[in-house]
Design a protein around this ligand. Structure first.
Ligand SMILES: NC(=O)c1ccc[n+]([C@@H]2O[C@H](COP(=O)([O-])OP(=O)(O)OC[C@H]3O[C@@H](n4cnc5c(N)ncnc54)[C@H](OP(=O)(O)O)[C@@H]3O)[C@@H](O)[C@H]2O)c1
Length: 233
């Protein structure tokens, strides 16, 4: 029997790596996409591709050649993302562009390349990692919240466009998750088990979406640590 195949962005670390490990453990072939793969991060992958998805000018050609090469892919899971948190006037224009290009434009361009394939085959899953910041804005989050609110709107519209052609579109919105996302930030989640999610929790939500019966779509899953604690660093 042919193994299902998934493309996972942001696959070298954090949530994307946990998703890749979970899917590989469930018998999927995983094509990992990130800027660099090192050491153990290579283990779960059938193929790795090093690309900078924040370079908006190069993402379209990357996405179109990937869609041409990977015609057997069953799922595209967009995890790559970054946070830049500061008052708006302290964020450089390059920061604004970087956050929006990576968190919003790149997943849109990647999905755009695979939609025709999925619609023709009348099946396929798009899964996007959003954030609690797709629902609730906070201070210092102008760029990040704009990217995640935008992603949520994109996902809702794409779901409507694709549903009649058998394609499912889902959004996973984690709360604070213990990953390298917070490296260099002025805050981190609480250290107690109930004060942060683990990347594996988010991977579990992705598996739930992909393993649903073909006629069932998880539109959106919100998951949070039981207790919301933000520690200043
Ligand atoms: N951690 C949280 O609390 C949290 C909460 C809600 C939502 N999220 C979302 O979850 C997603 C994953 O975050 P994470 O927590 O797993 O962060 P992470 O541990 O920092 O991982 C980020 C991943 O994105 C990749 N990446 C970063 N910049 C890239 C670029 N320019 N081009 C290609 N790949 C790039 C990184 O790989 P390379 O550095 O090798 O490129 C890495 O694989 C993001 O969309 C984030 O917004 C995170």
């Amino acid at each position: 029997m042919t193994r299902p195949r998934a493309i996972v962005t942001g696959a070298s670390a954090g949530i994307g790596l946990a998703v890749s490990e979970r899917l590989a453990g469930e018998g999927w072939d995983v094509v990992g996409v990130a800027r660099r793969f090192t050491g153990e991060a290579v283990a779960p992958f059938a193929r790795t591709l090093s690309v900078d998805l924040a370079r908006a000018d190069g993402v379209d050609s990357f996405a179109r050649s990937l869609a041409a090469e990977e015609r057997g892919v069953d799922a595209v899971i967009s995890c790559a993302g970054v946070g830049r948190f500061a008052p708006l006037e302290s964020l450089a224009i390059d920061d604004l562009r970087h956050v929006v290009d990576l968190n919003l434009i790149a997943p849109m361009i990647l999905a755009r390349a695979f939609v025709p394939l999925f619609k023709t085959r009348r099946r396929g899953d798009f899964v996007f990692i959003g954030s609690e910041a797709a629902h609730i804005a906070g201070p210092r989050g102008t760029a990040y919240c704009a990217s995640k609110f935008g992603l949520r709107g994109f996902v809702q519209s794409l779901r409507i466009e694709c549903a009649a052609r058998g394609v499912r579109v889902s959004l996973i919105n984690p709360g604070m998750t213990d990953t390298a996302f917070y490296e260099g930030q002025a805050f981190v989640p609480g250290s107690e088990d109930h004060q942060h999610l683990r990347a594996a929790d988010c991977a579990g939500a992705v598996a739930l979406v992909l393993n649903a019966p073909p006629g069932t779509v998880y539109d959106e899953i919100n998951l949070s640590p039981r207790t919301r604690v933000i520690r200043k660093t």
